[in-house]
Every structure is written in C-alpha cells, then in structure tokens.
Design a protein around this ligand. Structure first.
Ligand code: NAD
Length: 380
C-alpha cells in the first residue's frame, strides 16, 4: 500500500460541484495524488483550478483528448482518470482514456445511451482495465453491513423493498437555476432528470444491498415545476428475479427534503432501514426480537463492513468518507493489479462498469415504460 498512484481529473473546475468532493475524499488516504487535469471547458477556469491545486503547468490541459494522448505517452503518466463532467460527455471522455490504456473512475450515470455504456464495458474488458462508477452509497459502512446481513440470511428471504430519494432543489422554476444545475434539466444534455440524477442511486443501492436483479418495472414520470422539460418526479414499481416486489420514489420537488435517500428491505426473518442523511445508523427489526438501532463505530458489524469505519461512533462519517472508501478499494485493487496479484471479490468491492451499464438500462426502462403509458417493461 506504500505506492502512491497518480491520477488526473476531467471536470471539477472552479464553481463546479462534485469534482472537489472527489479530490478531497481521494486525498484522505494519501494513496493517490492528483498530477494532471482538464478541469473545465472554460480555459481560464481550467488554468486557475489547476494552478490552485499545484499542478505543473504542462499538465493542465485544454482538452481531454490532449490529456489522454500526452499522459499515455509520459513515463510518469497518470495511473487513472477521474471523470466528473456532465453525463452526456462521460462516454467520449472515458472512451478516449480507455483507448490509451488508462484506468477509469467515472461518476454516475455512466452514459446517456445503453449502447455507449456497453461499449465502455467491452473496451475495459478487452484492455483489462479497472473501471469504477462512483455510486456514493456503496461506500458507507452501514450499507456494506446491510449487504452482509442479507448475504448471511439475517433477514431470511427478501420479500419487499421500499426506497425513496426525495429532494426539493428543483421546486424553484428553471429560470432561477445556475449553469451547473441547468444541464440536469436540459433535454439537449440529458434524456432524464430525476431518474438519471437520483433514481439510479436507488437502483444501485438496493441492488448492492439485496443482490436482487430487476425482472420488470413500471414507471410513472411527471414534469412538475414551471418550465420543466424533463421529469422531476418518478414513481417506479419493480419486480425482482426472486418474486419479491419493490417501490421506488425519486423526486426533486418534494419540499422539505434535501438529499433524503431511504432504503427499507423486508425479509421473512427481519427487516432493515437505512437513511443517507443518517448514514451511521441502521434500524434493524429481527422477527420475534425488539427493534434495534445499530451504530457505526459502536456496534459489531460484519468485518468486511467494519473495516471501512474510520473513526469511533458519535464522530459522524458521511459523503466524503463514502467516496474515500470507494476510492480506497479502487486504489488498492489497482495497486494489486499493477503488481501482478490476482484480485478477489473482496478487492473488487467498488461499483463496476457493469453496474454502470445496469444503471443506464434502468433509466431507459423507466423512460420506455412511461412513454408507453406506464406499462410493465422487461428488464434483463
Ligand atoms: N455520486 C454522486 O453522489 C454525485 C453527486 C453529484 C454529481 N454527480 C455526477 O457527477 C457529474 C458532475 O456533476 P457536477 O454536479 O459536478 O456538475 P457541474 O456542472 O457542477 O461540474 C461539471 C464540471 O465539468 C466541466 N466540464 C464539462 N464538460 C467538460 C469537458 N468536455 N471537458 C472538461 N471539463 C468539462 C465543467 O466546466 C465543470 O467544471 C455528473 O455526472 C453528476 O451526475 C454524482
């Protein structure tokens, strides 16, 4: 673990949202160092961001194409690239770096089109490159513990899932949005707003915890809010491969909610409930026993979850630590790969490119169902 990996970033320029969160989270463990970037389409902002981060001037790039080309030819070139640009650009950027043999961490949703995400998965496999899609919740120790509980049969057979992700930031009309928010509601940039932005987090988190595969779904999407051209509310019914059913609600106009993802999983022997705004706690209801609240850093968790807990309970961990955990797993796997060691399933405990493909298919199935009058559509 001594080896320090070198990474570059595309996106994350001055005034943007998530790139800076990625950088701070990655810095937590001292395993990866940022050395290059094409931080913005705005060349002045790209330069200013790079300088502020202390990056050598010849490694602050004006385009991702130039960055992929130059970095792949440097002896000390980047080991991986972090892609934190708007959704529509992920495909071209990821493809450019994959083709140059550079490993990838890309934020969700992986791409706009299914064919694009499948193409990225194919190239990554052909070139034997690691590809992580940064679905944040999977980095939370309590989410990892929830997954272990399901795996160990603590909940019995899963019979129902109820999951919601309400926010209220789009309750104001489109004209009041800044550029960084506007692309999320713009049909020339995105094919979906609410499902692509937050609904896919529900799909991924439920899938991570339960291991269930969606067989079919029915979606009712609404464009609530003045001037909204894409959906801001999504009600989705789901049938899983084991016969269980689920209901997902994602909403960007639910007044009073900031980032309130909540997942409830019900089994024949117990249930659990986890909320993203209280990520250190989890409510567990074992059949025939009192309802409990488990706390990260205080209560006994399964070892593969406990190892991601960083500080004692009562000292809150959240979004930064979740991202850091994803990157730590990714970096450890990459170091092992570079030293020729075989990777185990435990090493690969970060969201894969294949999970990214499923996320894009989920978005498209919701759109298809809604466009056809909210009918059931098959989902492989
Ligand atoms: N995992 C999460 O919880 C989470 C949270 C927020 C955002 N995201 C995802 O992260 C991505 C970025 O979101 P954001 O809110 O930071 O967006 P943003 O609009 O705030 O920032 C995007 C940045 O990318 C730059 N950019 C755009 N196109 C570029 C290009 N072709 N080359 C170089 N730079 C380019 C912009 O100049 C800007 O600096 C999105 O895909 C979004 O869905 C994920």
């Amino acid at each position: 673990m001594d080896r320090v990996l070198k990474y570059g970033m595309v996106g994350g320029g001055e005034g943007s949202f998530i790139g800076d969160v990625h950088r701070k989270a990655i810095a937590m463990d001292g395993v990866c160092e940022i050395v290059a970037g094409n931080f913005s389409r705005d060349t002045v902002k790209a330069q200013r961001t790079g300088k502020k981060l202390g990056i050598q001037s010849d490694r602050i790039y004006q385009s991702f194409e130039e960055m992929a080309e130059v970095e792949s030819n440097r002896e000390d070139g980047i080991d991986f690239v972090v892609i934190v640009t708007p959704n529509k650009s992920h495909y071209d950027i990821a493809k450019a770096f994959l083709q140059k043999g550079i490993h990838i961490a890309c934020d969700k949703p992986l791409t706009l089109e299914i064919s694009e995400s499948e193409d990225l998965a194919r190239i990554a496999k052909e070139k034997d490159l690691l590809f992580c899609v940064t679905y944040t919740n999977t980095g939370c120790p309590m989410v990892k513990h929830a997954r272990e509980m399901v795996k160990h049969g603590d909940l019995g057979d899963i019979i129902m899932v109820m999951a919601e992700y309400p926010q209220d930031w789009l309750i104001n009309n489109v004209s009041s949005l800044g550029a960084a928010q506007l692309w999320r509601t713009d049909p020339s940039e995105c094919n979906s707003a609410c499902v692509a932005d937050i609904g896919c987090h529900i799909e991924n988190t439920v899938s991570y915890i339960t291991g269930l595969k969606i067989k079919s779904l029915l979606a009712n999407l609404n464009k609530i809010g003045e001037g909204m051209q894409l959906e801001t509310n999504a009600s989705i019914m789901v049938k899983y491969d084991n016969g269980a059913s689920g209901m997902y609600w994602a909403c960007q106009v639910a007044l009073g909610n900031k980032n309130a993802i909540k997942i409830r999983v019900f089994g024949t022997k117990g249930s659990l409930e986890w909320e993203g705004e209280k990520p250190d706690d989890m409510k567990v209801s074992p059949l025939g026993n009192p309802i409990q609240t488990l706390y990260r850093g205080r209560d006994k968790l399964y070892p593969s979850a406990a190892k991601f807990s960083r500080i004692p309970g009562g000292h809150p961990e959240g979004t930064y630590e979740a991202f850091a955990n994803i990157y730590l797993a990714f970096a450890r796997a990459l170091i092992k790969k570079k030293t020729g060691e075989l990777l185990t399933d435990e090493d690969l405990d970060f969201p894969s490119v294949e999970k990214g493909v499923v996320g894009v298919k989920f978005i498209h199935s919701c759109l298809e169902s809604n466009e056809n009058g909210s009918v059931w559509v098959n989902f492989e």
